[in-house]
Design a binder for this molecule. Structure first.
Ligand code: XIL
Length: 302
């Protein structure tokens, strides 16, 4: 195959990217998007502040631009994200307790219902665990509504869109020996044992020299898959350049391909200049849209 999506499809997988609605008028950007990728994540447009800027007033204009473009091009969509401590609208940031719990569940129900049938997988809950060695839940307003907020979120999402895969998504969960990885693993194990509806775990995979691709990445992905969930690389970017960067991208690709239930990889943007990261040239295409060594390494490894 000559494209990322085409190569991924040969093993039944997808290759996706994050898309910003504001860039859909850039012909270089759209040309690469249409050619190389078969899965799309809205970079910001489906987040809570974007879809419910005022309580109970939902806006899907920008999200729909992305979803309609993707579906029109025969691509699938990962929904990102229904419940998160970050990028909440102001009214939600000021909420606590049972009112917030109800508002969260209403948000999930309304957004997942609106997109019912159009989403391959939802990141139902994003980044609920603390960094560091505690293995604890992150202290957010959502967590303070009660420790069962995550399973309540998954149940609401399942009711609203029974056909979508429901994922838990996080970062710094790549290294099997890290406390955060272990904590998420135990939550998924618990959910599976109690019948809480969870289908997949997303690994954001934002890497740099201080947080490199771990050598045990394949072990991590396999151990989660062994719990009976799909695993996906959901927001991949790796700071660096040249052969060093290409080798790391190859390693992530190989780790996914070695796990039957690793169903796809999404990079968090198209060109280096589209990246959320201020520096570090972390993506597969340079600012002019040229394929980088990392692109060729991924294509060859898929
Ligand atoms: C980032 C976007 O790329 C930026 O444009 C925005 O300013 C902040 O959010 N983890 C996630 C993504 O789950 O939603 C984040 O996206 C990057 C980290």
């Amino acid at each position: 195959a000559t494209t990322l999506a085409g190569a991924a499809q040969e093993s039944g997988r997808y290759y996706g990217t994050a898309v910003a609605a504001g860039r859909l008028s850039d012909s270089t950007y759209v040309g690469i998007l249409n050619r190389e990728f078969d899965m799309v994540t809205a970079e910001n447009e489906m987040k809570l502040d974007a879809t419910e800027p005022n309580q109970n007033q939902f806006t899907f204009t920008n999200a729909d631009r992305i979803v309609n473009h993707a579906i029109g091009q025969g691509k699938r969509v990962r929904g990102h994200t229904l419940a998160w401590h970050s990028q909440q609208p102001g009214w939600m940031q000021r909420m606590e307790g049972s009112a917030l719990r109800q508002a969260m569940l209403n948000h999930i129900t309304r957004v997942a219902t609106y997109y019912r049938g159009k989403i391959y997988a939802w990141d139902v809950v994003n980044e609920a665990f603390e960094d560091g060695s505690s293995g604890a839940r992150r202290n957010s307003n959502l967590q303070r509504t009660g420790n069962d907020w995550i399973e309540a979120a998954f149940r609401a999402a399942r009711s609203a869109d029974p056909g979508a895969k429901l994922c838990y998504n996080d970062y710094n969960t790549d290294n099997w020996s890290h406390a955060k990885t272990q904590a998420v693993y135990r939550m998924v194990q618990d959910f599976k044992s109690r019948g809480v509806p969870i289908d997949c775990v997303g690994f954001q995979a934002h890497f740099n020299s201080g947080n490199p691709v771990p050598s045990n990445y394949h072990t991590t992905l396999q151990n989660f898959a062994n719990l009976g969930v799909d695993v996906q690389i959901t927001e991949l970017d790796i700071e660096g350049s040249g052969t060093t960067q290409a080798d790391q991208y190859r390693g992530v690709t190989q780790a996914c391909l070695a796990v039957t239930r690793c169903t796809g990889i999404t990079v968090w943007g198209i060109r280096d200049t589209d990246s959320w990261r201020a520096s570090g040239t972390p993506l597969l295409f340079d600012g002019s849209g040229n394929k980088k060594p990392a692109y060729h390494a991924v294509l060859a490894a898929l």
